[in-house]
Design a protein around this ligand. Sequence first.
Ligand SMILES: Nc1ncnc2c1ncn2[C@@H]1O[C@H](COP(=O)(O)OP(=O)(O)OP(=O)(O)O)[C@@H](O)[C@H]1O
Ligand SMILES: [Mg+2]
Length: 260
Amino acid sequence: MDRVATGVEGFDALVEGGLPMGSNILITGAPGTGKSIFALEYAYQGALKGENSLYISVDSSLPMLRQQAKTFGWDLESLEKQGKLFLLQVPLNQMKFDLFAMIEKVKKEINAKRIVFDSLATFSINLDLFTIPLGYAGSIASSVSVNGSGEDSTVKDRGDKIFYTGNSAERMIFLILAELRNLGTTNIVITYGDLSGQKLTVDGVSEFECDGIIHMHNELIGAKHVRTMSVLKMRDTNHSPYVHNIEIKNGIVVRPAEEL
Ligand SMILES: Nc1ncnc2c1ncn2[C@@H]1O[C@H](COP(=O)(O)OP(=O)(O)OP(=O)(O)O)[C@@H](O)[C@H]1O
Ligand SMILES: [Mg+2]
């Protein structure tokens, strides 16, 4: 089994050295638990060692991402200039933006080995901006594009493909994961659950569709909020069954578990 070491301090030891190559790994958890920082570090560490990375962001602007990285001493701009890292913000104000075509183009241009999608949940909030063709299975590529028409109809014929505009979040998430898998890259996909902690993800499907789940928590212990993480599943991997403390200190640091 080929593995992709994330480079996140203390994490790779929990998953036999790294993420299974070619897999889709979900990071889920409450707000501010370090999901985006973990994924940004994965992209950054990859780019540093020649496993070029594409970071797709729906919610954070690119200056925000670069600024966040700077607080840890990571110079994203120089990696971007060298063509090792590409930060892509999904435009929500652009007509007919073809997300999958863009992802494929950048993947090819920088020969990306790692892709991050941040996040499925914020993408789903903006779902009504997008259309997907009914016959996506034959050509997943270029199947998601911004509709922007504001029309409410269910089926539209636009020449070569029949589009369905009554999108469901579940179907869109399925399509995004299928697209990422087809690219052959090793991917981290972010989403979140509900604040009560009852639901692992808001969509209820990505946890089943992905090959692995990293769950980030924020626990109140005494008067202190303590960050923890656990690996809930990881295909082909004898992963840690423990809850691990983490710290955000020049990136993410995962502590070894105290055995129960
Ligand atoms: N330079 C830093 N040093 C220490 N902690 C930091 C630093 N920068 C950010 N943090 C911590 O990381 C948190 C943000 O982490 P991150 O953006 O990864 O969260 P997230 O899980 O993606 O949240 P959301 O669901 O809201 O997107 C901040 O709220 C802060 O607590
Ligand atoms: Mg985030």
